[in-house]
Design a protein around this ligand. Structure first.
Ligand code: ZN
Length: 241
């Protein structure tokens, strides 16, 4: 079984469609780590595509922000403006679907969580080597997939020591090790690579690989501008930052 692991779509339909098309050729199932909405101009189609395609979806902080489960005072200015705009686009069914998403899920031998397996609704960022290693005792599956930082990378722990590697990782899973993998962001990459990011986890071949997929950045930017969302949110797609 091969899983496409998507995170941080953020209402970017152009990026999501490009990733789903790529995933159709490289994976058998789709799972999503949250932040389906927020920032981008197409929250409703993104919710609908993932509700239809994904076998499991967990909640991100943007789901909690737009549905009122979290106070928007925790959001920065641009994120708050986007969340307020997004709220107006969603009808009751979309909001109810987003509000009902669980904080964690398990698929095969992997835990799915948006930010950190430790206190998932604290929305901690796992960025440094130490951040990741400290999270291992908060999950008991072989693998844990996270998003949230929009920066792909992997941590692993085993009897032969600790390993941490940032970037577009391609890891063959060792029988004696456990893994924490950040799959990067579909809809708002922040590692200076404008292409959409997601992971393919081949559970049989025991391999996890980040794939990068070009998409129509210009169209996504134009929609953000036309929606009256903060211009910064359009510009950062072109910078991948
Ligand atoms: Zn995000």
């Amino acid at each position: 079984m091969r899983y496409a692991v998507l995170s941080d779509v953020h209402g970017n339909l152009e990026a999501l469609e490009a990733v789903l098309a790529d995933a159709a050729a490289h994976a058998d199932a789709v799972v999503c780590l949250g932040d389906v909405v927020g920032y981008g101009a197409d929250p409703v189609p993104c919710v609908e595509r993932l509700a239809e395609r994904a076998q499991a979806v967990v909640a991100g902080n943007h789901e909690h922000g737009v549905t009122g489960l979290m106070d928007l005072a925790w959001f920065n200015t641009h994120a708050r403006a986007a969340a307020e705009w997004t709220r107006e686009q969603l009808d009751d069914d979309h909001s109810a679907w987003l509000a009902a998403l669980p904080l964690t899920a398990q698929v095969a031998d992997a835990t799915l969580v948006h930010a950190s397996p430790r206190q998932p609704d604290e929305w901690d960022y796992l960025v440094s080597a130490e951040d990741g290693f400290a999270a291992f005792d908060a999950f008991d599956t072989r693998v844990c997939f996270v998003g949230h930082s929009h920066l792909p990378g992997a941590w692993s722990l085993g009897s032969s020591g600790r390993e941490h590697e940032g970037g577009n990782i391609d890891v063959t899973l060792d029988a004696g090790r456990r893994y924490l993998v950040n799959v990067g962001s579909v809809g708002q990459p922040r590692d200076r690579d404008v292409r959409a990011a997601y992971a393919v986890w081949d559970a049989d071949a025991r391999r996890i690989q980040i794939r990068r997929v070009p998409y129509d950045v210009r169209a996504a930017r134009a929609k953000i501008a036309a929606a009256g969302l903060p211009r910064f949110l359009a510009d950062r797609l072109a910078a991948g930052a």
